[in-house]
Design a protein around this ligand. Structure first.
Ligand SMILES: Cc1cc2nc3c(=O)[nH]c(=O)nc-3n(C[C@H](O)[C@H](O)[C@H](O)COP(=O)(O)OP(=O)(O)OC[C@H]3O[C@@H](n4cnc5c(N)ncnc54)[C@H](O)[C@@H]3O)c2cc1C
Ligand code: FES
Ligand code: FES
Length: 1308
């Protein structure tokens, strides 16, 4: 079949508007098209791979079979625009805006405090909107499944869920038209009816779209498709594009022809017969799920074993958007090694109905097909038309298992499909089939084991034999990609055991007399944790009834930009339109951990279309960074991921493409230092050792009853702000002036870095920050470096330059939280009183100093947490390694250091056979005392938080209930832990606390506030408006805060260390007080006048209506020689109690409940503060239980996106999360007696970790094992499973950790 060389017109609809695209590129995705071509920037880029949900839109498409419109959410980053022919797209801008009207979903998420930085918000809005569009009264389960595909790094999800839940079950999608009809029905229906007509186009014309490298062909009939496939056998078919799309994006796959069978009706037909279901290959997984659910509801259970097994995974496989897009056929044909459905389809005797021009053929979907055997696969010219899934027979049982790092929206580590057929009336195995995913390059069959078990009785002997056979048949070498070798082997047989019990249970239910009862304790092997909806109570101090109603301080005011976040109108750095001559930058990074650069050859890259220039160290006119940290690598590279050079081109795609053509020759240099142990061995450090000591440690050790020694490893953490690092550099025509638009916590530092790089004074550079899409410390120092890299490119080319990191590059280049190795020796009495502690910390700083020295200092200064250890010595050092340089991260050393302390607290309790909370209580500060750095403080509120947390959580009664639960359940265990916190707020030096503000009153009475803090999502601008409103005594609506920039407020300090609102609040207060003082004489003269009149009168009297405010800061001093200093202005006290349940067979855990009590003193804005606490706590849950960075032995980061690195999703927060702010406390140091709460909640996430260790201890104790004294962090499913040693783990010989070819190694 031939197709025209001319492209067809691509016609689709966006927000009701018809789009006719005459030069559509098959490689272009909808996200790019919306953002760059249509300038609809509400839809955000977070990962580009379908995993984060920031780009969620709703697609409406006419379904010619059901003759209905199907509305579904989709991740725009994976939708090729060519696939949209005839579809209607709705973006966040299309459902409401501040200029027209706001949709209730937008309004509720904003007013319900479900947005902080706002970067994830449009995606959240669109997911909820689409849900409501399809289910006006969604169930809580539907809501949870919907939100599972959207990540948020700021809020902790609870308020988002509550905003979504407010629609169900009684309200409908939109209340604007009387609640019956959605407000957009009218507009969309116009577009949809047009789309409808296009979809029913009787001509079934072939559509062809030619791009730069790829041609897209969409035939209208099956015959046409088969002919095309014959003509282009190697051309992939694209359905959901969720498999092909990521390959094209991340692996550089670029097929010259893509065939789209989306318009072929035969691919969407469902046939239901007595033998089973035949499902069209084009059906999306969400549709398949609906069909299966219908079948399950209609047929007897014994016939639906395979359907049920498939349904089980359909809820957690990927996110809702991917399930809406991915097709059954695409899923099967992709044969991904971690496919969740293929192992089930494979054991379920399914048949593939395939077609080619030659005719139809049936291919068994079996282990040979899944292993990719050529004689069992489709021929290149064949197309999968449908899949037959037979009903199950009477004595046939099918089960499915999966364990992923996270319950929802994460690829499985190992999964399995298992089927057994028993001979009628006996328990003898007539047929057995087991397929595993995640243990090889394809789905793997335990074929031989199954064959040898035929004829065996379904009993324990058979199980034991099965375990041995499977472990023999499916070896996993120590070097296996993906690592976790022992764990994966343990899962192979743990799943077998679950299957064994599951079949036993079903046999027992069907034939109670023919099969013995399963001991109740064993039943706990079966149930998976449900997807439950979180809820919680937030309590804070009641407002003083005397406070004037107009005074907003102390009220839970909505985030100043909340509505704009929700409508997509809030402008982030990359949302700004490109200037005519703007260039795009992509960087070439080092592939070697330590090497000399021999040569850089950019000739091939420079010859590519659109490439303007390649920039290297030689192009830096000023300083190329410092000797320790280069902007562009100079002569040598010191880590994988270091920027070597950059390509500037007319589009990002061209720049990126060219980076692959830059040839760099390296000469490797020894040593390569990756881990802390390597660094210690090579004495590779950043800065000298730091030490603090009190009492007489040696003497104390001699007088104690017991001593324990141990070490604990603490992994790093990726910031994973949803908005990746972004900067635009715009050179001006005159005097070397430059505007820099950057997503940075530290505008002044960015300004300084650029000034140094270009060799120009700071006064030529204006650095603008409007808002930042999440930072958490990761945008403190790194944006300065990246801005300087971009500025050099702008300087060389003379053009504006946009430099926005892709997620993978961001994770590779920018470093994160410092991994820590903690060693301890603790001396204590038999009653649990700790008398002596000797502690040593090493952190992995990576290849440059950055903030590493400060981080280790903080880890030392704060290590004691809430405890008074009379004789305590702590030493610490930052290690220099060949990893990307680690940097500031929320909590700054405290979450690591205090974690080690809590580890040895628990270890002491275990040794003394005492409840851990008793030992914690016994060792806690009780009276006014001095910290290890000799700073006086009063622990009264620490004790109050602890006691209130014990009470709020009903700790004692729940501890009893947990013990009972644990007695009755062998394979599931519960644990509970309560952890106290003393968090010292602030910086180590006085000058860090200074802050300035500039307040203007205009003659119409409106007020413009500028201050030196950056809006990172933490609500600083909202609080500053509250402060200005109180001080000026004008309503908040009069006050505006725009961007912060270095012209309005110079020499700013990084917005960090929980002090942003404290210090900037004082500066704003001071400026406002100055202004109010100036107005006072006029106000006194005309007390009944209005604000506008007073302001005008002041203007008439030539009184300045503009004032600066300045806060000098708190005194902070530290003498490391003496080991003493009053370094922190105040402390935040708190406590958290968490309860979890673990599955001992898989290592999965469920967060059941957390109670947090925090001494927030007087909260300027309780909604904002509770948002910070919950968000930080959730990030802490990620840190301590989920997030795992994986490095190869050569220092190559494997985990470069949300597919490999899991931050908490909506299902990872506790089912119940209660936050209580301690009432009636004072903090005279800070504005209005408030406290900075940005960081402290992070550490409280450790209560979940210690609840897990409590549950693990219960499992170990039941199995007659001693408690594991120290578990490393994070407590991943792998660690939990392997700590719950049992008869299955005993079968697995430990992998040699010294094997030279390990896939990943620990770096702490
Ligand atoms: C973010 C994300 C998360 C994911 N999580 C999971 C998960 O948890 N569990 C899991 O199992 N999977 C997961 N996946 C994988 C997902 O299930 C598959 O990518 C998807 O099912 C592929 O279907 P598709 O329609 O998008 O295929 P496409 O990308 O459109 O096509 C894939 C391949 O199939 C071929 N093909 C498609 N249809 C046909 C046909 N009818 N006949 C012949 N060949 C055909 C194409 O030629 C192409 O090579 C995830 C994917 C993403 C992007
Ligand atoms: S950007 Fe599309 S899912 Fe992350
Ligand atoms: S508000 Fe969700 S990522 Fe920031």
């Amino acid at each position: 079949m031939s197709h025209s060389k001319e492209s067809d017109e691509l016609v689709f609809f966006v927000n009701g508007r018809k789009i006719v695209e005459r030069s559509s590129d098959p490689e272009e995705n909808l996200l790019f098209y919306l953002r760059k071509k249509l300038r609809l920037t509400g839809t955000k880029y977070g990962c580009g791979g379908g995993s984060c949900g920031a780009c969620t839109v709703m697609i409406s498409r006419y379904d010619p079979i059901s003759k209905k419109i199907r509305h579904f959410s989709a991740t725009a980053c994976l939708v090729p625009i060519c696939s949209l022919y005839g579809a209607a797209v709705t973006t966040v801008e299309g459902i409401g805006s501040t200029k027209t009207r706001i949709h209730p979903v937008q309004e509720r998420i904003a007013k319900g405090h479900g947005t902080q930085c706002g970067f994830c918000t449009p995606g959240m809005v669109m997911s909820i909107y689409t849900l409501l569009r399809n289910h006006p009264e969604p169930s809580t389960e539907q809501l949870m499944e919907t939100l599972g595909g959207n990540l948020c790094r700021c809020t902790g999800y609870r308020p988002i869920v509550e905003s979504g839940r407010s629609f169900s079950p009684s309200s409908s999608c939109c209340q604007m038209n009387g609640g019956k009809k959605c407000c957009l029905d009218q507009e969309e229906s116009k577009a949809e009816s047009k789309a409808n007509r296009m979809a029913e186009d009787p001509q079934k014309k072939v559509l062809t779209f030619h791009g730069e490298k790829t041609t897209w062909i969409s035939p209208g009939t099956l015959a046409g498709l088969l002919e095309l496939k014959m003509e282009h056998p190697d051309a992939p078919l694209v359905m959901g594009n969720t498999s092909l799309g990521p390959d094209m994006k991340f692996k550089g796959v670029s097929p010259p022809i893509i065939i789209s069978p989306a318009r072929i009706l035969e691919l969407f037909i469902v046939t239901n017969t007595e033998e089973g279901l035949t499902l069209g290959a084009g059906l999306r997984l969400a549709q398949v799920r609906d069909v299966l659910a219908d079948a399950v509801s209609e047929l007897p259970e014994e016939k639906t074993q395979t359907y049920r097994a498939l349904l089980k995974h359909m809820r957690t496989l990927a996110g809702q958007q991917i399930r809406n897009m991915a097709s059954l056929g695409g899923h099967i044909i992709s044969r991904l090694p971690t496919s969740d459905l293929n192992p089930i389809l494979g054991v379920g005797n399914c048949i593939l109905n395939v077609a080619s021009k030659e005719g139809m053929q049936q291919i068994p979907l079996n282990d040979h097909f899944l292993a990719g055997a050529t004689n069992a696969s489709l021929k290149p010219e064949q197309v999968l038309v449908s899949v037959f899934i037979p009903i199950s027979r009477k004595w046939e049982f099918v089960s499915a298992f999966r364990q992923a790092p996270r319950q929802q929206n994460a690829l499985a580590i190992v999964n399995a499909g298992m089927r057994v057929l028993l001979k009628d009336g006996t328990h003898t195995i007539a047929d057995l089939n087991i397929l595993y995913g995640g243990v090889g390059p394809t789905t793997v069959s335990a074929r031989e084991s199954c064959r040898r078990l035929l004829g065996r009785c379904w009993d324990e002997d058979m199980l034991n034999e099965a375990c041995r056979l499977v472990l023999d048949e499916i070896p996993l070498p120590a070097s296996a990609p993906g690592g976790r070798v022992d764990y994966r082997r343990a899962l192979l047989i743990s799943f077998l055991f679950k299957f064994y019990i599951d079949v036993w249970r079903q046999l027992q239910m069907r034939e109670p007399s023919g099969y013995p009862d399963i001991p109740k304790k064993l039943l706990s092997a079966l149930e998976d944790f449900p997807l439950t909806i979180p809820w919680g109570i937030q309590s804070f101090e009641r407002m003083d009834p005397q406070q004037p109603s107009q005074d907003p301080v102390g009220r839970p005011i909505m985030h100043q930009s909340g509505i704009k976040h929700a409508t997509g109108e809030a402008v982030f750095c990359d949302d700004m339109p490109a200037l005519a001559d703007e260039l795009f930058l992509a960087v070439v990074t080092s592939t070697r951990p330590h090497a000399k650069i021999i040569s850089i050859d950019a000739s091939e890259a420079l010859a590519l279309p659109g490439v303007i220039d390649v920039i290297t160290a030689q192009d830096v006119p000023g300083e190329n960074g410092s000797e320790e940290e280069r902007l562009y690598a100079q002569d040598e590279v010191i880590c994988v991921g270091q920027i070597v050079c950059a390509v500037a081109a007319d589009s990002y795609a061209h720049a990126k493409q060219a980076t692959r053509k830059v040839k760099i020759v390296y000469k490797d240099v020894e040593p390569v230092i990756v881990s802390i142990q390597d660094a210690i061995k090579h004495k590779s450090f950043i800065g000298p050792e730091k030490k603090l000591e009190q009492g007489d440690v040696e003497k104390a050790f001699q007088a104690v009853d017991q001593i324990i020694e141990g070490e604990v490893h603490f992994g790093g953490q990726e910031h994973f702000y949803l908005e990746t690092q972004s900067v635009r550099v715009v050179p001006k025509a005159e005097d070397a002036e430059i505007d820099i638009y950057v997503s940075s916590q530290d505008a002044a530092f960015t300004q300084e870095m650029v000034a140094c790089a270009l060799g120009i004074p700071k006064n030529r550079i204006n650095c603008h920050v409007r808002r930042v899409g999440g930072a958490f410390g990761g945008k403190s120092s790194k944006p300065g470096l990246l801005a300087a890299v971009a500025a050099v490119a702008a300087n060389k080319t003379g053009c504006p330059v946009r430099f926005v990191l892709e997620r993978g590059d961001d994770m590779l280049i920018t470093g994160g939280r410092h991994p820590l190795l903690g060693k301890y020796k603790i001396g204590f009495m038999n009653n649990g009183k700790i008398e002596a502690a000797d502690i040593e910390y090493h952190i992995n700083g990576g290849c440059t100093p950055d903030d590493s020295e400060l981080v280790i200092e903080y880890a030392l200064l704060k290590l004691e947490n809430a405890y008074k250890i009379p004789n305590l010595r702590v030493r610490g050092r930052a290690c220099k390694t060949n990893l990307p340089s680690n940097t500031a991260f929320r909590g700054f050393g405290f979450p690591q250091g205090a974690f080690v302390t809590e580890t040895w607290m628990s270890a002491v309790a275990a040794k003394c056979h005492l409840p851990p909370e008793k030992v914690r209580e016994l060792n806690m500060y009780r009276t006014i005392d001095r910290t290890i750095h000799k700073q006086e403080f009063n622990p009264e509120n620490l004790i109050r938080c602890w006691e209130k947390c014990m009470e709020n959580s009903s700790y004692c009664s729940r501890r009893k209930a947990i013990e009972e639960f644990n007695e009755q359940n062998y394979w599931k265990k519960r644990g509970i832990a309560i952890i106290p916190m003393k968090f010292s707020v602030g910086f180590p030096k006085t000058f860090y606390y200074q802050a300035a503000a500039l307040v203007h009153i205009y003659t119409d009475g409106s007020v413009l506030v500028a201050h030196g803090g950056v809006e990172l999502g933490q609500g600083i601008n909202t609080k500053m408006i509250q402060v200005a409103s109180r001080e000026l005594k004008v309503p908040m609506s009069y006050i505006h805060i725009g961007e912060m920039n270095t012209v309005t407020v110079p020499n700013t300090i990084t917005t960090a260390a929980s002090t942003g609102a404290d210090v900037n609040g004082k500066a704003v207060q001071s400026a406002c007080q100055t202004l109010r003082k100036r107005l006072q004489p006029i106000i006194s003269q005309t007390p009944n006048g209005t604000w506008e009149q007073w302001v005008n009168e002041a203007f008439a009297q030539s009184i300045s209506l503009s004032a600066t405010g300045y806060f000098r800061g708190y005194e902070a001093r530290m003498d490391w020689e003496k080991g003493e200093g009053d370094i922190f202005p105040y402390f935040v006290f708190g406590a958290a109690c968490s309860e979890v349940e673990i599955d001992c067979l898989t290592g999965a855990h469920k967060n059941i409940r957390t109670d947090i009590v925090i001494d927030a003193s007087f909260s300027i804005n309780p909604a904002v503060d509770i948002g910070q606490i919950e968000g930080a706590f959730t990030q802490g849950v990620g840190l301590y239980t989920l997030e795992e960075l994986k490095y190869s032995p050569e220092g190559v980061l494997h985990t470069r996106g949300p597919e490999q690195y899991q931050i908490p999703s909506v299902t990872d927060i506790p089912e119940e999360l209660h936050v209580s702010l301690l009432t009636t406390t004072q903090n005279p140091k800070a504005i209005y007696s408030s406290k900075g709460l940005g960081e402290s909640g992070m550490f409280l996430g450790s209560s979940v970790f210690f609840a897990i260790t409590d549950a693990v201890a219960a499992a170990r104790s039941e199995r007659g094992l001693p408690p594991a004294l120290a578990m490393n962090s994070p407590a991943t499913p792998e660690l939990i499973r392997m700590a719950c040693v049992d008869q299955f783990t005993d079968l697995i010989p430990q992998t040699d950790s010294k094997c030279s070819e390990l896939w990943s190694i620990p770096i702490a």
